[in-house]
Design a protein around this ligand. Structure first.
Ligand SMILES: Nc1ncnc2c1ncn2[C@@H]1O[C@H](COP(=O)(O)OP(=O)(O)OP(=O)(O)O)[C@@H](O)[C@H]1O
Ligand SMILES: [Mg+2]
Length: 266
């Protein structure tokens, strides 16, 4: 008998979905005080389909965070374009949300208030907002912690709140910059599992940055391996391992080994 997670993934087929995000000939240079201009990203091009989970994998300093900030609209590219639904991204918007490595919760607000924060100004009744917050508290497994302050919960729980806080806004694209890197191995695995479950249920599109080859192989439909200085796409790898994936699967290890050797060669 299929588990509920298997059923969710069996129904998921984004290959026929429309392209949601298009990055074309994107480059970024920074002007620095010491060494003049540095090229950080060079001629990046890729597309992400609606509902797809794409991981960006590369060594420290290859421009992963810079790329995410450009996709989010926080930073402008030096040349090239980012299109979302065929419209050029010119700044931040409610269609894109970012989750960072360090939680960015408001320390003076409770878990529930943190999750509700982004709904301010939305045309929903107070009751509807409460119901939506309850739904997302449950989805991330924090139904009993709504009244806690961030200082009273663990690092993993904080990242659950961070996830709920952006997912409640129902962005078209979730941009995740090493969101689980600061967590211990066990909590990290729980968060990977949670993310996959939420992705299965809510079908959002995810661009996920990581250093960790195992994490990328576990999560991604497609991995973009980045070259370094300036960052460019070295290779694109489709991960066709069936879901849910297991770290005990020999094919998982074989993929991790081959991708690790590609990264070492960068
Ligand atoms: N605002 C900025 N001004 C000048 N240089 C910058 C700026 N932001 C990033 N850089 C430089 O761009 C390069 C890429 O930085 P970025 O943070 O995107 O790398 P990364 O791949 O995310 O690294 P890590 O894996 O360590 O997080 C680095 O050399 C960094 O010093
Ligand atoms: Mg980074």
């Amino acid at each position: 008998m299929k588990t509920s997670l298997q059923m969710v993934f069996a129904q998921k087929s984004f290959q026929a979905s429309p392209v949601l995000l298009e990055v074309e000939h994107l480059s970024k240079c920074f002007v620095t005080n010491g060494s003049g201009e540095i090229a950080v990203l060079q001629d990046i091009g890729f597309r992400v389909r609606r509902g797809e989970l794409v991981c960006i994998l590369g060594r420290s300093g290859c421009g992963k965070s810079t790329l995410l900030k450009i996709l989010a609209g926080f930073t402008a590219p030096s040349s090239g374009t980012v299109l979302l639904n065929s419209r050029t991204v010119t700044g931040p918007g409610p269609d894109r949300c970012m989750v960072f490595q360090e939680d960015a919760l408001f320390g003076w607000l409770t878990v529930r208030e943190n999750i509700a924060f982004g709904l301010k100004g939305r045309s929903m009744s107070r009751g509807e907002k409460e119901k939506e917050v309850d739904r997302f508290l449950s989805l991330v497994g924090l139904a009993d912690f709504g009244d806690y302050l961030p200082v009273e919960i663990s690092g993993g729980m904080k990242q659950r709140v961070s996830l709920a806080r952006v997912l409640i806004l129902q962005p078209e694209v979730l941009l995740m910059d090493e969101p689980f890197a600061a967590l211990d191995a066990q909590t990290r695995e729980q968060m990977q599992d949670l993310l996959l479950r939420l992705w299965g249920k809510l079908s959002h599109t995810i661009v996920f940055v990581t250093h960790d080859v195992g994490e990328a192989v576990l999560l991604a439909d497609r991995i973009l391996i980045f070259n370094q200085a300036p960052g460019s796409i070295k290779e694109e790898i489709h991960i066709d391992l069936p879901r849910p994936r297991s770290k005990d699967d020999n094919r998982y290890y074989a993929l991790c080994r081959s991708i690790t050797s590609k990264i070492k060669a960068v």
